[in-house]
Ligand binder design. Sequence first.
Ligand SMILES: Cc1ncc(COP(=O)(O)O)c(C=O)c1O
Length: 444
Amino acid sequence: MDQMSTSNRPCLDNFWMPFTANRQFKAAPRLLASAEGMYYTDIDGNKVLDGTAGLWCVNAGHGRKRVADAVARQLQTMDFAPTFQMGHPVAFDFAEKLSKISPGGPSAKLDRVFFTGSGSESVDTALKIAIAYQRAIGQGTRTRIIGREKGYHGVGFGGISVGGLVNNRRVFPQIPADHMRHTLDIERNAFSKGLPHHGVELADDLERLVALHGVETIAAVIVEPMSGSAGVILPPKGYLESLRAIADKYGILLIFDEVITGFGRLGTPFATDYFGVVPDLVTTAKGLTNGAIPMGAVFASQKVYDALMVGPENQIEFFHGYTYSGHPVASAAGIATLEIYEEEGLLTRAASIADTWQDALHSLKGLPHVTDIRNLGLVGAVELAPRDGAPGTRAYDVFVDCFQKGLLIRVTGDIVALSPPLIIETDEIEKIVSILRDALKRVL
Ligand SMILES: Cc1ncc(COP(=O)(O)O)c(C=O)c1O
């Protein structure tokens, strides 16, 4: 008799887990078995409140029947069809529907959609589009991309090159890139509610990097308008506007990585809408399909798209694509997801609960070890002082404690990050904060 038939505990040997301390996890696993609405249920039947929308992706909450039905229907109608020199209506329909809510609204003209399979693929796609665009307009020497310290842009070679998290970079070779300084400044901005006041001048780093490398080498600058994975780092007031102005001045494309801010996280459909700053390319994934089926999408401006639609018509304009670009089942999941977002007003719902969220989070100020609290839309972070000589262990202990008490949070270093599904109600906000408060009181 195999192990599975006698217990609900799987054999843990073979799955090499991503971004996980495999040996530590396998010695004391946390296994989720089902999910509905705001809650997971673990394999022992315990309910776990989802404080992280899975991994910043399940914006409409778990177990959405409409998505499941659309997926089942599409699988039975057509499981797969290629999109290289072929097509199918579902991907075109999804792109058209996305164009109706595209970042920045109709005037931004960010309505050409390139489908990918994930956030990392969206990022590498956007970097390649930027470089190809520069070449198409006669700027072929512009191949360098500027990113930012502490940025997270997935794990492709392009993404780690422009990203700024050392553990993701140190072992691997990279494409030509350089980095602006990050905008986390706890000394000046601790416990800011919403956008921090200090640090707009950090955008001038782009100008310094132009002076250092030569403008003719720089294709694009990529930033998360609000960076999530590094522990929720907000742009200072005026920073993104300034970045846009400097990029324009030097013919540099601006890319917003909206893999986590896309689809309602800040209380607007995209961060582009929240900040009123229009980039040239926007990368998305995660909330695109409510996390149900892997998929990403890059929104490109008409200007960028048109620049590449040149040359003989029988020539492939952009030598790039994935087997699963515009996958019919993922597209069907995406269309159903958009319908839910629209019917339930989820792309703007975070705006109506952001104040409650903010007050609840900032009530944790003054607890032991808490050095900063940050929030925007339905995102929050509680930064803890690290233990001497053992960075990251304090927040990890809080994470384990919360999980045991029925709350899923996410930790990066000594930062607790929160990003619940956008369907969250006030009593669930209170529950998140109450479990976290107790864990913070207990942790040594
Ligand atoms: C801003 C940003 N870009 C890219 C990615 C990578 O997405 P994926 O894990 O789907 O490749 C993430 C994932 O968290 C992200 O937060």
